[in-house]
Design a protein around this ligand. Structure first.
Ligand SMILES: [Zn+2]
Length: 300
């Protein structure tokens, strides 16, 4: 297997415009149908594949299995686009912007770019998209690095402290992360960085069949030695790489995440931090996926 991942060219702006011409909602709806129902339209309630096109309403179908008088549904039912008053193309454009910006894109920037009257509109839409990017949990294997970091704590961010009681005086929010080298990352906002919290995180996110679990020398991880093949580096002693043991990959993820949060979003409240974590995790895990846009729409 080649060591370097092949370069991926994701959807360009010009390609986007060709796929979804301005004002062409049908193109967007056809794309959504193909993504939601790759094997043909099925009833979102009961899974019935023998649904009927509603001749009177485009992009609507009827299922006669799960309701006596027929259940009617549209292409957007059950998606984040349901009941929206914005064109699907606007949503797609936002998804595309988010997927192509490594450090994320602020609501203010999105609002300006899209010509929305208010920042709030872009902010609400972006948060809906972020909820769609939350990935199902699967346990990591191979060589896995685990580390934790803190977000916030600067004077300008002190409102975090007030909104989330019990985080101490610093206002810093701990985030735990695990990454499979050359594979996926999982990150979660955690209550604290006590041993029981971090050990629980590792047990939930990392398979105990890993070939190696790498951490720094934090006391919290020492309890894992009995369950995992565990190696640690002592950063306090300026030890960073010992054989295969290092935490450079997860630290690389933290650096992208922090540059994004600090540089782009400035005032992320603790309440919404998990959504930003989901966004950065999704982008990282699809970094070699040239159809990252389609993967994102699939989750919507
Ligand atoms: Zn049905």
């Amino acid at each position: 297997m080649a060591k370097q991942p092949r370069p991926v060219h994701q959807l360009t702006s010009a390609q986007f415009d060709r796929m979804f011409p301005v004002g062409d909602e049908d193109a967007c709806k056809a794309y959504l149908v193909a993504r939601r129902w790759p094997n043909g339209v099925a009833c979102p309630r009961c899974g019935n594949a023998a649904v009927y096109d509603l001749p009177s309403r485009k992009w609507h179908w009827q299922c006669e299995r799960c309701a006596t008088d027929g259940y009617r549904f549209s292409v957007t039912v059950g998606t984040i686009f349901e009941n929206t008053n914005k064109p699907l193309r606007d949503w797609y454009k936002l998804v595309h912007l988010m997927m192509t910006s490594k450090k994320g894109i602020s609501a203010r920037q999105m609002g300006r770019y899209m010509g929305f009257g208010s920042v709030k509109t872009a902010w609400l839409m972006a948060h809906k998209i972020r909820t769609a990017l939350i990935e199902p949990e699967t346990k990591l294997g191979g060589i896995v690095e685990v580390d934790e970091t803190f977000i916030g704590g600067k004077k300008k961010n002190q409102h975090w402290d007030k909104r989330v009681p019990g985080r101490g005086h610093t206002g810093k929010i701990p985030v735990a992360g695990a990454v499979s080298r050359k594979g996926n990352v999982v990150a979660r906002v955690v209550r604290d960085v006590r041993t029981e919290t971090l050990v629980k995180f590792v047990r939930e996110m990392v398979s105990n069949k890993v070939s190696l679990l790498c951490t720094d020398d934090a006391a919290a991880y020492r309890d894992l030695k009995a369950e995992y093949p565990h190696g640690s580096v002592d950063h306090k002693r300026r030890q960073y790489v010992v054989g295969a043991v290092h935490t450079n990959t997860i630290e690389g993820f933290w650096s992208i995440f922090k540059r994004g949060i600090v540089g782009t979003f400035h005032k992320v409240s603790a309440k919404y931090l998990p959504l930003y974590v989901a966004e950065f995790q999704f982008r990282y895990n699809n970094r070699h996926n040239d159809d990252i846009f389609g993967a994102a729409i699939e989750g919507c």
